[in-house]
Ligand binder design. Structure first.
Ligand SMILES: [Zn+2]
Length: 369
């Protein structure tokens, strides 16, 4: 890292917290270390949902923001209790605090850098992070300033990583076009894709067709949250607009009847759609009842291109290692299948072919299942 001021601001992961976990649950930790050392590809993580609790606390204190807890562990517990509500709308409430806390270039760079470092230390060999930069306009930051700070933070890490710019579905079509134009402006400087995020019901992807077209025509990768809280047909709607990847998309397994189900699956397979599934987040938002009954296993069995990601590490209290371990132990996905999922994630990356090939090589050579 070559930025002395950032160096001062950024702390290392909370090693004391980790050693407590290790001493309490030795066998569990041994298992976690197995997943931690495997080469993983993270495609779906929101920077404003992945702050280290101690960083969120520090940033709130710097900005004199009211915090619902006075220590990092209690703050993390509060975030997770709020997120684990069974409602996507309630899940999204915690972002009010994280976004307000990130409203400076320094904070954006710090959060981005720490997310990349956390992913690297967790064994990721490639990661894509995302955020809606225009959310910070309400706090006096321009979209350009946010994107530049996030890219500067990511660039400080040695992990190959890129930024996906999100537009928010509840915003007007003009606003999401503006977000897409912003993404296009930084295409060759670390922005690799465009996404539509936020509450899903009442805000179908087609409302933002122009934004998707703007980003697609600029040559950016297109992903879109769809079929998470709303019906499965939203997945194919997003694909028809140009999305090649779908955030979650698990409701594609909930067709009204077998004929519709096979038609949906045929289309998704035919298009080569890749599903960025985030199982724990799905349970927390109520999109899935439990990890045991999560449709991930069924999606794999149906021949869809699927991977696993964290979505929001702070809100859901997860890491990539824990997420993979959890779907193995609770959803019955084998380590060999998870290797295929990570290969699919690498294949679906919006980053360069050389970064993709390097990640694939790591997975092929180092994933022992
Ligand atoms: Zn998401």
């Amino acid at each position: 890292m070559n930025h002395p001021h950032l160096r001062q601001l950024i702390d290392m992961p909370n090693l004391a917290e980790r050693s407590t976990i290790q001493s309490e649950k030795y066998s569990m930790t041994t298992h976690s270390l197995y997943w931690q050392q495997l080469p993983k590809v993270l495609l779906h993580e929101h920077l404003d949902g992945g702050l280290r609790p101690q960083t969120l606390l520090a940033l709130c204190q710097e900005r004199n923001l009211a915090v619902p807890a006075s220590d990092a562990a209690t703050l993390a517990a509060w975030m997770q209790a709020n997120a684990n509500s069974g409602s996507l709308e309630r899940y999204l409430l915690g972002f009010g605090l994280t976004v307000a806390a990130m409203a400076s270039a320094e904070a954006c760079a710090r959060v981005a850098y720490e997310a990349a470092e956390d992913a690297r230390l967790d064994g990721c060999v490639l990661a894509e992070f995302r955020m809606a930069p225009l959310l910070l306009e309400a706090y006096g930051m321009s979209g350009e300033a946010v994107v530049e700070a996030l890219l500067a933070g990511l660039a400080l890490s040695n992990l190959p990583c890129g930024l996906i710019v999100c537009g928010m579905k509840m915003d007007s079509p003009e606003e999401t076009v503006r977000a897409a134009q912003l993404a296009a402006r930084y295409q060759n400087q670390g922005v690799i894709g465009f996404d539509l995020a936020g509450p899903e019901r009442g805000f179908p992807p087609a409302l933002h067709a122009r934004a998707i077209a703007t980003a697609r025509d600029a040559g950016l990768g297109i992903t879109c949250h769809a079929g998470e809280a709303d019906v499965g047909s939203r997945v194919l709607e997003a694909a028809a607009l140009g999305a090649t990847r779908i955030g979650h998309g698990i409701k594609i397994m909930d067709a009204a009847n077998t004929a519709q189900q096979s038609e949906w699956l045929d289309q998704a397979r035919g298009l080569g759609l890749h599903f960025e599934v985030c199982p724990t987040s799905n349970v927390h938002t109520g999109a899935a009842i439990s990890l045991a009954t999560h449709p991930l296993h069924a999606m794999i069995a149906a021949g869809l291109s699927v991977s696993c990601s964290t979505d929001n590490r702070l809100m859901s209290g997860v890491t990539m290692s824990h997420e993979l371990q959890a779907v193995h132990t609770e959803n019955g996905v084998s380590p060999a299948q998870l290797k295929v999922l990570m290969q699919a994630a690498a294949g679906a990356t919006f980053m360069s072919a050389s970064v993709r090939d390097q990640a694939l090589q790591e997975i092929n050579h180092r994933w022992e299942s």
